[in-house]
Design a protein around this ligand. Structure first.
Ligand code: BG6
Length: 495
């Protein structure tokens, strides 16, 4: 897939100079994801030649102390063979630090002085901060004259807690930056494998004719993690898996998988098609919430042979918390193409295996000429993580006399197929898109709001019926009710 996209920095209209401001510069996102991504881009000469990176945070540090912190984290994140002392020195020359309080308007005057930004340079404001700072930062940037036509703002999730709060954020940001300059990140859209979904669908003639209810029985989308909430208990305990994963990553995967072929591969065409899917999602509310969703919470258990505590005992988590760490649900898309096809979505923390995958289960052949009618029919597995593979299960004859059938797999390992080329991290791709001003892989305001409009009634239904999360042991496949969700319809989760 990477070959099909032009290298951004080689385009003739790619900006020559750029200032990247990272608000929340000492946070996990900046240190674990953004700086390593920027280091890789620098090392491969993909940033505008004159790029400056200014990290901003409240803690009092000198730029030298910040560089030492940044180097420590980059060394830990970047593969050893790719960390080069000379490259780091030249990268560090671009990197600066300013201690400031993003809630204080006066500090933006100091920022302006330090930056000495000139209007023709692209200016990227990356808000890797808590969402309650989004609106004040946008306002302060405007007052400080740092929101001009070349300025872009990048927002990290959580983009609100509900439709209402998302609308409030969007409104406050929209008062300063027009929509074309707002980049709402869903890092799943930056993953090579997720973009490969688009290549699979729209660059091959093979699948598109079959991509509809006439041939597809059902679809499963699973994003399972073995990690717990780690150091993010304070955030996670107020969010839960529905807001943290389903509202964004899983719904985005669902949209890319099911949207109509866009007229062009550009921001508006792609996002218009995704929005239509979100609008076509059948609402789940009231009693349906009981029948079509399962929420779970992990108890104590074992991951990789190590004992791990129950969610209740995680740091900064309420010890009577009823936050869900697992969700399974059945979604239906009420449109011509997908009518009657169930989409089973599932995500959980502390599951048995880390695995993000999509399974398309095709219908059996219309007339079973050869088999005994019990064959599993064709199945397409799109494995996104940890391995990047696409496998197609076909039916073949077993060797020997007679016509016995067995399933065999056509298996494509995408990492090997890319002949040893380094696989980009999602943030590398997305950062370059922001610099270039291409919002195709970012969520538009109406998309985010449509996703909340679908998710809010489910969360309200859980409260209305007081549906406490079902317990599942860490290291398992989730609560047994999630199995029943499919079994009641004569199906099972395909592992
Ligand atoms: C983040 C969620 O958006 O995605 C995390 O907030 C989750 O809770 C993470 O762990 C998963 O991302 P990835 O890229 O590891 O699949």
């Amino acid at each position: 897939m990477a070959e099909q996209f032009p290298k951004m920095s080689e385009k003739s209209d790619f900006p020559l100079s750029c200032d990247i401001l990272v608000f929340g510069g000492t946070g996990d996102l900046a240190l674990h994801k953004l700086l390593p991504a920027l280091y890789h881009l620098h090392r491969e000469n993909r940033l505008p030649a004159d790029t400056r990176i200014l990290a901003l945070a409240r803690s009092a540090r000198t730029p030298e102390q910040y560089l030492a912190l940044a180097e420590r984290h980059c060394r830990a994140q970047v593969a050893r063979a790719e960390f080069d002392a000379a490259d780091w020195q030249s990268f560090a020359a671009r990197l600066d630090y300013l201690a400031m309080d993003a809630s204080q308007s006066a500090d933006f005057g100091r920022l302006r002085q330090r930056l000495k930004h000139s209007a023709e340079r692209v200016l990227v404001h990356y808000l890797a901060t808590a969402p309650d700072l989004f609106a004040p930062i946008a306002q302060h940037l405007k007052l400080a004259g740092l929101a001009g036509p070349q300025a872009r703002i990048v927002l990290e999730k959580p983009l609100g807690h509900s439709l209402e709060s998302a609308q409030a954020i969007n409104q406050a940001i929209g008062a300063v930056f027009d929509e074309s300059r707002v980049f709402r990140i869903d890092h799943y859209l930056g993953k090579e494998t997720v973009q490969n979904l688009l290549a699979l669908r729209f660059a091959n003639t093979l699948f598109e004719p079959l991509w509809r209810s006439a041939y597809i029985d059902h679809v499963q989308i699973s994003v399972n993690e073995t990690l717990g909430v780690e150091n993010r208990g304070a955030y996670y305990d107020h969010a839960g898996a529905m807001r943290d994963m389903v509202q964004n990553h899983l719904l985005q995967l669902l949209c890319l998988l099911t949207m109509e072929v866009p007229v062009h591969f550009d921001a508006e065409s792609v996002r218009d098609e995704k929005l239509k899917i979100l609008h076509a999602l059948r609402p789940i509310a009231g009693q349906d919430v009981q029948d079509r969703t399962v929420r779970g919470q992990y108890g104590a258990g074992h991951i990789g042979g190590q004992e791990v505590p129950a969610y209740w005992f995680e740091k900064q988590v309420d010890n009577d918390s009823d936050t869900e760490t697992f969700v399974a649900l059945r979604a239906d898309i009420d449109n011509w193409r997908w009518s009657g096809v169930p989409f089973y979505l599932r995500t959980g923390k502390r599951m048995a295996k880390k695995r993000s995958e999509i399974v398309i289960q095709f219908k059996p052949v219309p007339h079973d000429l050869i088999g005994d009618g019990t064959g599993p029919a064709n199945r397409l597995w799109i494995r996104l993580q940890p391995e990047e593979r696409i496998s197609l299960q076909l039916m073949a004859k077993t060797p020997g006399r007679g016509m016995q059938l067995e399933p065999v797999e056509l298996d494509l390992n995408l990492a090997q197929a890319s002949r040893g080329k380094r696989r980009w991290d999602a943030y590398e791709r997305l950062l370059l898109d922001v610099i270039e001003g291409d919002s195709t892989l970012f969520m538009r305001r109406d998309e985010v709001e449509a996703a909340w409009r679908w998710v809010d009634p489910i969360i309200a239904g859980w409260q209305e019926y007081y549906q406490r999360p079902r317990n599942y042991p860490a290291g398992s496949d989730g609560p047994e009710q999630a199995q029943m969700l499919l079994e009641l319809q004569g199906r099972r989760w395909l592992e």
